[in-house]
Write a new protein. Structure first.
Length: 184
């Protein structure tokens, strides 16, 4: 991938490859801003962002997933459920984290069934979940360290990309259909 490609509008490919010590093979993402005509008195609709970044098969992990949605942690726990942030925070094995760069509250969970994850709740109630899929069990702690570094770099940018107009439907890079799995 070209070094100057901006992966999911969050980070340059070169910087991400240095951070992960692995080559980015492809990525797919989408985001939905808040509708301009959001009805008052109803539940607030939050902007969302979903990003999947793929790496070669011979790396300690195959994919980083980023989900920025309202109030829940994605693919959490043994049942890989969507759970409220406060409930996930109380789960055994969860370790609280802080950030000097990003406002809010967060945690990491190394022994998550679907892969080590980092979750962050922003002051407005949005929750970010970053997860490493198919992680090498011997390198779980390294995966958490990498996710934490990735979050420190992109954590403030994610809300802005999600809210950016216009809505971006699922986009693949490269856009060659033969290079994209159907597991999106």
């Amino acid at each position: 991938m070209n070094d100057n490609i901006n992966v999911c509008e969050l980070i340059d490919a070169k910087q991400l490859e240095e951070l992960t010590s692995s080559q980015v093979v492809r990525y797919a993402y989408e985001h939905t801003p808040v509708p301009a005509n959001q009805p008052t008195g109803e539940e607030t609709i939050f902007p969302t962002l979903h990003c999947r970044i793929y790496f070669p098969d011979d790396t300690p992990f195959s994919k980083i997933e980023v989900h920025y949605i309202a109030r829940t942690v994605e693919d959490f726990g043994e049942g890989m459920a969507t759970v409220p942030f406060d409930r996930a925070l109380l789960h055994e094995g969860v370790e609280e984290i802080s950030s000097s760069n990003v406002e809010g509250q967060g945690f990491v969970y190394e022994n998550n069934t679907s892969g080590p994850l980092l979750s962050w709740r922003y002051p407005d109630g949005h929750v970010l979940t970053m997860r490493v899929s198919y992680a090498d069990n011997d390198k779980l702690h390294q995966s958490i360290q990498m996710l934490t570094s990735f979050f420190e770099i992109t954590g403030n940018r994610i809300p802005h990309v999600a809210a950016d107009e216009p809505e971006l439907e699922l986009t693949h890079y490269p856009d060659d259909p033969a290079s994209v799995n159907n597991d999106e």
